[in-house]
Design a protein around this ligand. Structure first.
Ligand SMILES: [Zn+2]
Length: 456
């Protein structure tokens, strides 16, 4: 009997141990000690009138339980977000919130954004693990102040202009807006960091009466604008008619045979792909390649006019006619200059090589940046003498003229761009234009020419 009793005890003991084990097995993960993680999707340093914030809150263990976001400034405290049910159990929550500090009674100046999160762990008597993170932010709801230092600015349709102005908040982005086009400004006077300049264009394809204004945006996202006193001189561009035939179109297509999509079968379809699709793709790439720049003016006096007789001009409208119908149109965005075959092509001013490679219809092509968004382009070259990243001096040979790309005879295609927008090249090699539209802007603002500081 004694034996039977003791074995019963043993069974009970084993059962208790199994229960404790199973309990521990079940409870143990609930006691995890991994606290939630809190991060801002993008850094937030400033709060403007309305700033959006994206929070990423995660928990590796039993998942989130709650998240609370509070904005604190001196005695003021405002709860921006208090979420329990929405995040309950989630391993990761992406929380978006709009902060309007003025509506919350906050003042200009320093404030603290407090983000707290708890998880579903049973630690700390079921309270769970908790993380608190604080972010220092600056409440700034005042837009930057703009002032123009330029008198009346004259600009030609398709031409360029220069504005000189001040922005009172140092870290603002700024420039000139022409219609929807945004041009970036620069700060080239280290002694006067609030004084800025911006080259801008009245694009050859823009409609009449575009609004032209200065713009600025501070780090808190507050925006300011100020109309510029600009007089636009409208002019009409020439129209050339180009008669197409199969022989011509086949000749052109042969040059791009390896690039034309297979579904373009007829000579016309192939020609249209080159003249429209490829042209558009090339111009977009030129826009991107010519935009990167720096604050100082690397050119002086004028841009040097390349050698050669003018063949086609900037802004020429071209109509391509087949069987008495206009089948395609294009605009010529530079100056064609023909000199002797394979004649040396020189840098029009000092600069940095941004691009030196094939560029579709422009053939072998060099793009130079001369600072402050001003760039020049040299197309149809038979040979390249520089590579991207090189520094070049005015007059340095950068290539030899040729007929690569969409060119039927040896010539140089020369373009000038302002912040990625093609402009009239002839303005830049005319000393009178430079005097009236560039040097006068510095003179009337009482500023020196924004050349690179010595040693730069
Ligand atoms: Zn051309």
């Amino acid at each position: 009997m004694a034996r039977g009793k003791s074995s019963l005890w043993l069974i009970v003991l084993v059962l208790i141990l199994v229960l404790i084990g199973a309990g521990a097995f079940y409870v143990w993960p609930h006691l995890e000690g991994e606290p939630p993680q809190i991060a801002l999707a993008t850094p937030l340093k400033h709060l403007g009138k309305s700033s959006s914030l994206t929070l990423k809150v995660s928990d590796q263990g039993r998942g989130l339980s709650w998240v609370r976001v509070t904005l604190v400034q001196e005695q003021r405290k405002s709860v921006l977000l208090n979420q329990t049910s929405e995040v309950l159990g989630a391993p990761l929550a992406t929380l978006k919130l709009d902060i309007k500090p003025l509506e919350m009674g906050m003042r200009q100046g320093q404030a603290t954004l407090v983000v707290e999160a708890g998880d579903r762990s049973w630690r700390s008597w079921m309270k769970g693990n908790m993380t608190v993170k604080e972010f220092q932010v600056m409440v700034d709801t005042t837009p930057p102040r703009l002032a123009s230092l330029s008198q009346i600015i004259h600009i030609n349709r398709g031409g360029a202009g220069l504005a000189v102005y001040t922005v009172n908040e140092a870290d603002s982005q700024h420039g000139v807006r022409v219609g929807d086009l945004v041009f970036t400004g620069w700060s080239p006077w280290p002694q006067q960091p609030g004084t800025k300049l911006c080259y801008f264009a009245y694009p050859e394809d823009a409609p009449k009466d575009q609004a032209i204004e200065l713009w600025a945006q501070d780090p808190a996202g507050n925006q300011a604008k100020l109309p510029l006193n600009v007089k636009v001189h409208w002019k009409n561009f020439r129209t050339d008619v180009i008669n197409l035939n199969d022989a011509f179109m086949n000749k052109v297509a042969a040059r791009f045979a390896d690039q034309i999509p297979a579904d373009r079968q007829t000579p016309l379809a192939k020609f249209l792909w080159i003249n429209q699709d490829l042209r558009q793709k090339n111009n977009a790439k030129i826009h991107e390649a010519s935009k990167p720049s720096q604050a100082y003016q690397l050119w002086q006096n004028t841009l040097e006019r390349p050698l050669g007789a003018r063949k086609a001009a900037f802004g020429d409208r071209r109509e391509y006619v087949l069987d008495k119908k206009v089948v395609s149109r294009s605009v010529h965005l530079g100056q064609d200059l023909a000199h002797t075959e394979r004649s040396p092509v020189k840098a029009t001013a000092s600069g940095m090589v941004r691009y030196a490679a094939d560029m579709g219809i422009y053939g072998n092509c060099v793009i130079l940046s001369h600072g402050q968004g001003v760039a020049t382009l040299y197309g149809h070259l038979s040979e390249l003498k520089v590579k991207a990243g090189d520094k070049v001096a005015r007059g340095q040979v950068i290539g030899l003229s040729g007929m690569t790309g969409l060119a039927l005879g040896d010539h140089l295609h020369f373009s000038v761009l302002v912040d990625g927008v093609f402009v009239q090249p002839t303005e830049w090699w005319d000393p009178h234009w430079v005097q009236d539209n560039v040097l006068l802007r510095f003179k009337e603002a009482g500023l020196p020419q924004p050349l690179p500081p010595a040693g730069k």
